[in-house]
Design a protein around this ligand. Structure first.
Ligand code: COA
Length: 318
C-alpha cells in the first residue's frame, strides 16, 4: 500500500500588518465588532509589487527545506489559488521558473477558492497513490487584498494575504487516509468575484452574502466531518488535531463542538491573519508543527469550504 506523507511544511505572511484599528479609519466598524463576529485581530497585506507567486515561493522554499528535498527532485507542482499572478501561464509554472525547477515535471493550478488546499491535497494523493508521482509540492497562496473592496465593511474586515506549502512523498507508512470533496455551483452567487475574462462584469471585488454563507458553512462542515470519519473508519476520539480553514472563529468553534473536540485541540490562526483562502490550512498546519504542538504520528483532520460552494476534508496522519 502506498500512502502520501506530509514530509515538509512552510509558510509566509507579508511583512505589513493591518490591525483592526486601521480598518476603523477606513470604514464604519470597530475592533469589538470584528473580533466578536470573526475572531480576527489583524491581517497581513502584500506589497504592491509582491505577488501570489512571490509569497508561494517563500513558503515552498521553506517546505522543501524542511523535507530535505531539492526543487529538481519534485515530480509534480500544484498551486492552489484564486488570485493568480497572470491569466496564463499558471502560477504553478511561474513558481517553477522562480524556483528554477527545470526537470520538466508537470505543474498546474487548482482553483477551488478557500477549498483549494484540500482539493490540491486530494489531487496530490491520487497522483502518489497511482504511482504517477513520488515527490509533490503543493502550495496554497492568495493575495486577497487586491480583490477586496476597501470601502465595503461587510467584506474588507475578513480577508488577508499569505501562503503555505507542503511537500508530500510516497511512503509505505500512513499518510493520507481519505479525502472527501464536494461542490454545488447553485450557490455560486453567494460568494464571488463577479468579473472575469470571457464574461466581463462588475468591478473586480469580493461580493458575499455573509450570513447565508455562515449558515451553509456550519451545516456543510457538520456533515463533512462525519463523512470523512466514516470513509476512513475512524472515530471522533481518534483525532488529535482539527486544522480547519481559517475563515471565522465561530464556524471553527461550531465544527469543533460537533467533533467533541476542546479548542485546545484546534489549531487556530485566524486572529493573526484573517481569511487567507487557499493559504489558511497550510499556514495553520505549519504554525502548529513549527511550535511543536503537532507531533509526528498524530491524526489531523483538515477541512474547508469556500466559493462555489466547494468544500472538502482530508484525514491525514502526520
Ligand atoms: N462592522 C460593523 N458592522 C458591520 C460590519 C462591520 N465590519 N459588517 C456588517 N455590519 C453590520 C451590518 O450592516 C448589519 O447591520 P444592520 O443590522 O444595521 O443591517 C449588522 O452588522 C449585522 O450584519 P450581518 O451580516 O447579519 O452580521 P453577521 O452576524 O452575519 O456577521 C459576518 C457578518 C460576515 C461576520 C458573518 O456573516 C460571517 O462570518 N459569514 C461567513 C463569512 C465567511 O466566512 N466567508 C468566507 C467563507 S470561505
Amino acid at each position: 500500500m502506498i500512502y502520501s506523507r506530509i514530509t515538509g511544511t512552510g509558510s509566509y505572511l507579508p511583512e505589513r500588518i493591518m490591525p483592526n484599528s486601521e480598518l476603523t479609519t477606513m470604514v464604519d466598524t470597530s475592533d469589538e465588532w470584528i473580533q466578536s463576529r470573526t475572531g480576527i485581530k489583524q491581517r497581513h497585506i502584500a506589497r504592491a509589487d509582491e505577488s501570489t507567486c512571490d509569497m508561494g515561493a517563500v513558503a515552498a522554499t521553506r517546505a522543501l527545506q524542511s523535507a530535505g528535498l531539492e526543487p529538481n527532485q519534485l515530480d509534480l507542482v500544484l498551486f492552489a489559488t484564486s488570485t493568480p499572478d497572470q491569466i496564463f501561464p499558471s502560477t504553478a509554472c511561474l513558481l517553477q521558473r522562480q524556483l528554477e525547477i527545470t526537470n520538466g515535471c508537470p505543474a498546474f493550478d487548482v482553483q477551488a477558492v478557500c477549498s483549494g488546499f484540500v482539493y490540491g491535497l486530494t489531487i496530490a494523493d491520487k497522483f502518489i497513490k497511482s504511482g504517477s508521482a513520488k515527490n509533490v509540492l503543493l502550495i496554497g497562496a492568495d493575495c486577497l487584498s487586491k480583490i477586496v473592496d476597501w470601502t465595503d465593511r461587510s467584506t474588507c474586515v475578513l480577508f488577508g494575504d499569505g501562503a503555505g506549502a507542503v511537500v508530500l512523498q510516497a511512503s509505505t507508512e500512513p499518510g493520507v487516509y481519505s479525502t472527501v470533496l464536494h461542490a454545488n455551483g447553485a450557490y455560486a452567487n453567494m460568494l464571488e468575484v463577479p468579473c472575469g475574462v470571457s464574461k466581463p462584469g462588475e468591478e473586480r471585488f469580493i461580493k458575499m452574502q455573509g450570513s447565508d454563507v455562515f449558515k451553509f458553512a456550519v451545516a456543510a462542515m457538520d456533515e463533512l466531518v462525519e463523512e470523512v470519519l466514516v470513509t476512513s473508519a475512524m472515530q471522533k476520539s481518534d483525532l488529535d488535531w482539527l486544522i480547519p480553514h481559517q475563515a471565522n472563529q465561530r464556524i471553527i468553534t461550531a465544527t469543533a463542538k460537533k467533533l467533541n473536540m476542546p479548542m485546545s485541540k484546534v489549531i487556530m490562526t485566524v486572529e493573526e491573519h484573517g481569511n487567507t483562502s487557499a493559504a489558511s490550512i497550510p499556514l495553520a498546519m505549519d504554525t502548529g508543527i513549527r511550535d511543536g504542538r503537532v507531533k509526528p504520528g498524530q491524526l489531523l483532520l483538515l477541512e474547508a469550504i469556500g466559493g462555489g460552494f466547494a468544500w472538502g476534508a482530508v484525514l491525514v496522519r502526520y
